[in-house]
Design a protein around this ligand. Structure first.
Ligand SMILES: Cc1ncc(C[n+]2csc(CCOP(=O)(O)OP(=O)(O)O)c2C)c(N)n1
Ligand code: SF4
Length: 280
């Protein structure tokens, strides 16, 4: 399907109200937003069928710019708002957009339990290895030894993998892309949005301003080239040893499985409770 970029911009963006946006030139957030809009266009969903919910952060500004039902909530709480919405109105296609800090630091508990409960939601996590909006403090995905405003002489903690955490916590669908792999990203987002169950897409993205600059990784273009050079597909990764995979970014679908969905089990339990009440 040919995707008319101009038509998409006019249809889905609040282009005459909320622009110019706050993102730095070259930030990966724009690439993620464009991929999301392409996925939605292909799914032929009406704007009213979609909710885009976020917390706080650079990436979390995305709902401000898009003309769906949108929620720009409090830091770390996108999934809590999304859960309430989905339980109240299951027909909505609810997508959360979160940064690595938003989803796995302050919102880490919500993220793990949303995956464990297997809510019927999509979570896109823009992992730029740093708190971008507040000036470059380290997050749970800042690599060991990296410099940030809160680790000026090298970070002493180890990072974890968001996608692997989601798999272990019980998500139905987990995938990873980078902002270099934009075409793959919109296909993964579409798969996630079509999936019944908790679906996570981790996107490795560049914050060249707060993370790249401090760690001498170059500007946006250089960071994207690094993603291009270090990405390996899931299929290729299966043939590599742990040593060969060090420093690589595995991209593609990591998990796709069928499991009971709590937003649907909730309906059933209400029905059972009503029937039991009727028998009293
Ligand atoms: C309760 C609360 N604590 C802290 C903050 C300050 N704060 C706003 S955004 C942010 C971190 C953003 O980092 P991330 O979620 O990784 O998103 P990015 O900006 O990198 O896209 C923090 C700590 C806040 N707004 N609310
Ligand atoms: S500070 Fe980083 S994450 Fe935020 S808009 Fe700038 S480049 Fe993007």
């Amino acid at each position: 399907m040919t995707i008319p970029a101009q038509a998409i911009r006019h249809k889905y963006l609040r282009h005459n109200k909320k622009f110019p946006h706050v993102w730095c030139p070259g930030c990966g957030n724009g690439i993620v937003m464009a991929a999301l809009l392409r996925a939605i266009y292909r799914m032929e969903l009406s704007k009213d069928e979609i909710v885009l919910a976020s917390g706080i952060g650079c990436s979390s500004r995305m709902p401000t710019y898009t003309d769906f039902n949108t929620l720009h909530t409090t830091h770390g709480r996108a999934l809590t708002f999304a859960t309430g919405l989905k339980l109240a109105k299951p027909s909505l296609n609810v997508v959360t957009i979160m940064g690595d800090g938003d989803a796995t630091a302050i919102g880490g508990n919500h993220f793990i339990h949303a995956a464990r409960r297997n809510l019927n939601l999509t979570a896109i996590i823009v992992n730029n290895s740093i708190y971008g909006m507040t000036g470059g403090q380290y997050s749970p995905t800042t690599p060991f030894g990296s410099k940030s405003t809160t680790s000026l002489y090298g970070h002493i903690e180890h990072d974890f993998s968001i996608a692997e955490l989601a798999v272990t916590a019980g998500a139905s669908f987990v995938a990873r892309a980078t902002v270099y792999h934009a075409a793959l990203m919109d296909k993964l987002i579409e798969q996630a949005m079509r999936k019944r169950g908790f679906a996570v897409v981790e996107v490795i993205s560049n914050c060249h301003v707060q993370y790249g600059r401090r760690n001498k990784l170059g500007g946006a273009v250089e960071m994207l080239k690094t993603y291009r050079d270090n990405a390996v597909t899931v299929k290729k990764a299966e043939k590599l040893s742990a040593e060969e995979l060090a420093g690589k970014i595995t991209i593609g679908v990591l998990t796709d499985r069928e499991m009971p969905i709590s937003t649907e089990e909730y309906k059933k339990v209400r029905q059972r409770a009503n029937e039991a009440e009727g028998e009293l």
